[in-house]
Write a protein that binds this ligand. Structure first.
Ligand code: DOR
Ligand code: ZN
Length: 345
């Protein structure tokens, strides 16, 4: 197959940052995605409906003219989120989820949840209103090895939460382990997981063999190959509980290439092309459209997109660097070759 047309996909997990970063980050996604679920981990975090609506306007203002792109907004759950905020969020029709960051788990998570007991009334209201909870699924216990934090979270936090509140819609975000795949498969009801292109394509060797490669450092951290193979199987299986979320997480080059570099890989400029390559390599191109364009919209009870994008098999080189506030940003895989290219680029 030399060309591939599919329903314009949606990215159900995206960081675009704010203000002067937006023209760059929004354009990188709007070139090929119809919608993206925008993560709320700004500084300060997007905790209230009004913050999200104002942020949405800033994103739309930064959208390249002519691009048909819709940002889908989420709120950042804290220990202090009022129960009434759930009703305001749902009634606005503009908020599609709340994001749970365990406090201290990742970039800008300090305001996150310290213990689930503190947010149970909010989660109960979300279950009643069927507003999805998006979970960064890692424990923060300093005694737990960073490579085990997702699996321990599933055992110690997520499984008990499912028991306690089985009606709460949940998306376990950017899963990285066989245990996460197995957990999702065992569930009934409105539970799903997003999969990034980088966790499908790379294991921890990409980050650590031959030198430390900071652009591959993200959270949850890349795992060993056996986990990646389980993710690949899930993504290409046609199971609608697994769908696309890039977790594209831009940080300026200087913030990544540092003695204490930030977590996050900037994949938006190459994400759809990467997913196409991954599915192609698995002999599963026919299943890309479900994963990228149907299953996420169905989970969120949104209409599927009605437009199409076309990819062509035409090797191209990922730019070494891209413009970004504060200097430059290095896209993941800078200088490497990708097989699929957007037809209109
Ligand atoms: O690698 C990551 N980067 N993981 C996250 O959970 C947050 C993200 C960011 O915002 O930079
Ligand atoms: Zn993220």
């Amino acid at each position: 197959m030399q060309t591939l047309s599919l329903t314009t996909p949606d990215d159900f997990h995206l960081h675009v940052r704010d203000h002067e970063a937006l023209p760059y980050t929004v354009a990188a996604t709007a070139r090929c995605f119809a919608r993206a679920l925008i993560m709320p981990n700004l500084m300060p975090p997007v905790t209230r409906l009004e913050h999200a609506l104002a942020y949405r306007e800033r994103i739309l203002s930064a959208c390249p003219s002519g691009a048909a792109f819709t940002p889908l907004m989420s709120l950042y759950l804290t220990d202090h989120t009022p129960v009434e905020e759930i009703d305001r969020a749902v009634d606005s029709g503009q908020i599609h989820a709340l994001k749970l960051y365990p406090s201290g788990a990742t970039t800008h998570s300090d305001a996150g949840v310290t213990h689930l007991d503190r947010v149970m009334p909010v989660l109960e209201r979300m279950a009643i209103r069927q507003l999805p909870l998006l979970i960064h699924g890692e424990v923060t216990d300093p005694d737990v090895d960073i490579f085990d934090r997702e699996a321990v979270f599933i055992d110690k936090v997520l499984a008990p939460l499912r028991q306690r509140l089985p009606e709460l819609p949940i998306v376990l975000e950017h899963i990285t382990t066989r245990q996460a795949v197995e957990f999702i498969r065992e569930q009934t009801g409105r539970v799903a997981a997003t999969l990034t292109a980088h966790h499908l394509q790379f294991d921890r060797n990409a980050m650590l063999v031959g030198g430390v490669r900071p652009h591959y450092y993200c959270l949850p951290v890349l795992k060993r190959k056996e986990h990646r193979l389980a993710l690949l199987q899930a993504a290409t299986s046609g199971d609608p509980r697994f769908f696309l979320g890039t977790d594209s997480a831009p940080h300026a080059q200087s913030a990544k290439e540092s003695a204490c570099g930030c977590a996050g890989s900037y994949t938006a400029p190459t994400a759809l092309e990467r997913y196409a390559q991954i599915f192609d390599e698995q002999g599963a191109l026919a299943r890309l459209e479900g994963f990228a364009s149907h299953f996420g919209a169905d989970f969120y009870r949104l209409p599927r997109s009605t437009t199409q994008v076309t990819l062509v098999r035409s090797p191209w080189t990922v730019p070494a660097s891209l413009p970004y506030p504060g200097g430059a940003i290095i896209p993941l895989g800078a200088g490497s070759t990708l097989t699929w290219k957007l037809a209109h680029d």
